[in-house]
Design a protein. Structure first.
Length: 329
């Protein structure tokens, strides 16, 4: 316990090595490590409220280049920046495949920046289950801005939206048909759509794409958490570091408006309750699977479902009933 208190103190003092060790602990799948992680999170306290920014985009759109350029821009503004980049996991080792730290060489050398590539550990949508714990630790370490990068465009966006204050969708220049390839649901949760690679030969095409998305956004139903004009589409060039100041200005304007209207605090409370419910479900499922009294029955029901002899819902109900009965005995 004294060791955890010492690690927590180092984290609060901005020790990046201690922060890395702590995130490794909260990502561990071992049950004994999980209890230590919970104790460490409690020892760290709540910390400051950082600006949490979720970011996603189609593969090849330049997410890592944008994050590095944007992160460097923020550091130059005197801010401390943490990047939690959720990588796809190797099906063999469970480790990260992309290694975002190696793709953000300049940002990783900044003393006021912290980059953590985390394997998605086969979690649905690519958002690691413990990413929200890593956010908690980064806030305890005093970071001002936390960028949470998700894998590709898919179900992970709705998950990262539940742990972010704002959500950015990064897209590449393309024709109008590209609008059909982006799901409406993702457009509806995005606060800013950033058309990247607006440079060189692609600049004119990027301007057309930005205009297409601006038109599409105007057709969406206005959200209560947005001021007039949001969500909106902007042009950026990560490689030339163009448009970054405009993006930061829009982010600040939206965040300030939501704070003023009380939407910020309401959203944070709703997110906390969401993850509380998710954690209860997850821990109950873990307890159920670990219950030695259910091991044989669980194996039998899994076999019955696989053979088509039992409906999944019917088998699940049987397992839950037996779990409750065994705990009441």
């Amino acid at each position: 316990m004294k060791e955890l208190a010492a690690i927590a103190e180092k984290i609060r003092n901005g020790d990046r090595r201690a922060l890395s060790r702590a995130i490794t602990l909260v990502e561990s799948l071992r049950s004994d490590h999980r209890q230590q992680a919970l104790d460490l999170l409690a020892a760290c306290g709540t910390g400051r409220q950082a600006l949490r920014i979720g970011l996603s985009g189609t593969p090849g759109v330049g997410k890592s280049t944008f994050i590095e350029s944007f992160g460097l821009f923020l550091v130059r503004q005197g801010l401390r920046v943490a990047v939690l980049a959720v990588d796809p996991s190797s099906s063999r080792s469970g480790g990260s495949i992309l290694g975002d730290k190696t793709r953000m060489a300049l940002l990783s050398r900044e003393p006021h920046a912290f980059i953590r590539p985390s394997p998605s550990q086969t979690q649905l949508g690519g958002v690691a289950r413990r990413t929200r714990d890593a956010v908690h630790l980064c806030e305890a370490a005093g970071f001002d801005v936390i960028l949470i990068e998700t894998v590709g465009v898919g179900q992970s966006e709705t998950m990262v939206a539940q742990m972010s204050d704002l959500f950015l969708l990064l897209l590449a220049p393309a024709g109008g048909d590209e609008l059909q390839g982006v799901k409406r649901g993702i457009m509806e949760i995005a606060d800013l759509i950033l058309v990247n690679k607006a440079d060189g030969d692609l600049r004119a095409q990027a301007q057309r794409t930005c205009a297409d998305y601006s038109g599409a956004l105007r057709l969406l139903r206005k959200r209560p958490q947005d001021p007039e004009g949001f969500p909106k589409a902007l042009l950026v060039s990560a490689i030339e570091e163009q448009g970054l100041e405009a993006v930061w200005g829009e982010i600040q304007a939206l965040a300030d408006w939501r704070r003023e209207k009380g939407i910020w605090e309401t959203t944070r409370k709703a997110q906390a309750l969401h993850w509380f419910s998710e954690e209860v479900r997850s821990q109950l499922l873990e307890e159920l699977v670990r219950d030695p009294n259910l091991a044989t029955v669980l194996a039998q029901e899994e076999g019955a479902v696989a053979r088509g002899e039992a409906a999944p819902a019917q088998a699940a109900a049987k397992i839950v009933r037996q779990f409750i009965e065994s705990n009441n005995a």
